[in-house]
Design a protein around this ligand. Structure first.
Ligand code: SF4
Length: 387
């Protein structure tokens, strides 16, 4: 976990006159996003290659970061994990690299009974509230939305989505995502939560947001915390990918969210050159637990157009899980999963611990490759055997 010094942002000349009140205001962070190569060059000079990447790539997939997230870059190098998640690269538009990727690999737009809503699993729907994010992550699975104009959905669109959910009583859970739904004004957030909470067959409202990573000051907003307190079906799922993203501010923000009664889970994406390393994932999981975020999923990187250069081999995630077992308690071990292209859903992937099965026993191995037999239970059922 990173401890940020008091007024640390003042060491960047561009923010030297920014007060603490401004820096810690989530709206100030969004209003003052860095959105162009020129904005970046007010902070650091860009190399010719970087300028070319900005020019060619950010016209297609836009660029944007909050000052806070940018300030977490420890050194300006193309190998820095935060740099890699926000700076455009030519690989995103290299057809040789991206030719086997898809704009919408999981057919979210096709499996959509109402605009903005995806209904893939019987008991769950995806509710895309906006396509705006305060940071545009280069590895985003919904990168096709970068091609659209930034906008939140209208009240009428939300109402049609609520109507569909009301009419389909098998739906028990709604995942509100985007874009980032917590970039919406509080009034809109409350409108969405109230309408969903009031549907009797909805048990869980899951908010998928990266604001805790890129703009944790969102959770210092008393009005938002009071809204959270009013809607007890809400869970928050966030998206930390590297230990450098977890700071003492994250810890304070999580405390506020938990105090409002909202559980916090994390989904990490396995990204080549960013976190495809056993030790980095171990440290990330440990730091998440320290700030009371439960590691939930580790995802194999999706085959999304503009993202494929971040993809590792599928087995890398299984190797990482194998490494974690025995080093970390079960609390810190996420589920590793791949989302199947074509909209066929997620598949969990595990190291193999059941080595063999005979008529009499199972052979199990532990994390040290120690083998143990477990006898098969051969209880007679009533009416079986005996004369
Ligand atoms: S915040 Fe989430 S939805 Fe937005 S660009 Fe990043 S990964 Fe994609």
């Amino acid at each position: 976990m990173i401890f940020l010094e008091k007024e640390y942002w003042k060491k960047f000349p561009i923010w030297k006159n920014v007060s603490e009140n401004e820096w810690t205001d989530w709206k100030w962070q969004i209003r003052n996003r860095l959105k162009t190569a020129e904005d970046i060059q007010k902070i650091i000079p860009l190399s010719e290659k970087e300028k070319k990447s900005f020019k060619k790539t950010s016209n297609i997939y836009h660029f944007g970061t909050t000052p806070y997230y940018f300030s977490l870059i420890k050194e300006f190098s193309q190998n820095n994990p935060i740099y890699k998640q926000i700076f455009p690269s030519l690989e995103e538009i290299d057809e040789n690299i991206q030719k086997e990727a898809f704009l919408d690999p999981f057919k979210e737009d096709i499996m959509s009974p109402v605009p903005g809503l995806t209904h893939r699993y019987p008991d769950r729907v995806l509710f895309r509230a906006t396509n705006f994010c305060s940071v545009y992550c280069r590895h985003c699975m919904r990168k096709r939305m970068f091609l659209e104009e930034e906008r939140a959905r209208t009240k009428e669109e939300y109402d049609r989505m609520f109507q569909y959910i009301k009419e389909n009583k098998q739906i028990k859970e709604v995942l509100i995502s985007g874009g980032d739904p917590l970039t919406l004004p509080n009034k809109k957030i409350e409108y969405i939560l109230k309408n969903l909470q009031d549907i009797p067959h909805i048990d869980i409202i899951r908010i998928g947001s990266r604001e805790l990573v890129v703009n944790p000051f969102r959770f210092f907003d008393e009005e938002l915390l009071e809204i959270f307190e009013r809607y007890d079906k809400v869970w928050l799922v966030t998206h930390f990918n590297h230990p450098d993203e977890i700071t003492d501010i994250t810890k304070k923000a999580v405390k506020n969210i938990l105090s409002a009664g909202i559980p916090v889970l994390n989904q990490t994406v396995l990204l080549k050159g960013i976190n495809d390393n056993e030790k980095i994932i171990e440290n990330l999981m440990r730091d998440l637990l320290k700030v009371k975020i439960k590691p939930y999923y580790l995802f194999f990187c999706d085959p999304t157009k503009g993202v494929l250069h971040f993809r590792t081999d599928l087995k890398k995630g299984i190797e990482i899980l194998e490494y974690l077992r025995g080093r970390l308690s079960g609390l810190g071990i996420p589920i590793y999963a791949a989302d199947l292209e074509g909209g066929f859903g997620k598949v969990p992937l595990f190291p193999e611990y059941l080595i063999k099965e005979t008529d009499d026993y199972y052979l199990l191995r532990n994390y040290q490759n120690h083998l143990v037999k477990v006898k098969k239970e051969k209880r007679k059922r009533e009416g079986e055997g005996g004369v």
